[in-house]
Design a binder for this molecule. Structure first.
Ligand code: ZN
Length: 79
């Protein structure tokens, strides 16, 4: 049953870095930070976007974290 692996590898593209859900979860904070700072999160953390596009669970996490981070930044007290 190696077909599944091959199919997955093809979906991720040629020598695209593979990000597991666990890694995705660990990097999500930084990914969102870079995104909100206007940086190129996809270039800094390769493989993340591909994973988010292919993984509804992580995509949902990403969206709620982004919404949360945006709200938190908005509500941050002026120092
Ligand atoms: Zn995932």
């Amino acid at each position: 049953m190696s077909d599944h692996r091959e199919l997955l590898a093809r979906m991720l593209g040629p020598d695209g870095p593979e990000v597991s859900c666990e890694q995705c979860f660990e990097l999500l904070d930084r990914y969102v930070d870079i995104e909100l700072a206007g940086g190129d999160a996809d270039a800094r953390l390769p493989g993340m976007r591909a994973h988010l596009e292919g993984c509804p669970a992580c995509r949902e996490d990403h969206e709620s974290l982004r919404a949360f981070a945006a709200t938190a930044a908005d509500e941050a007290p002026h120092v």
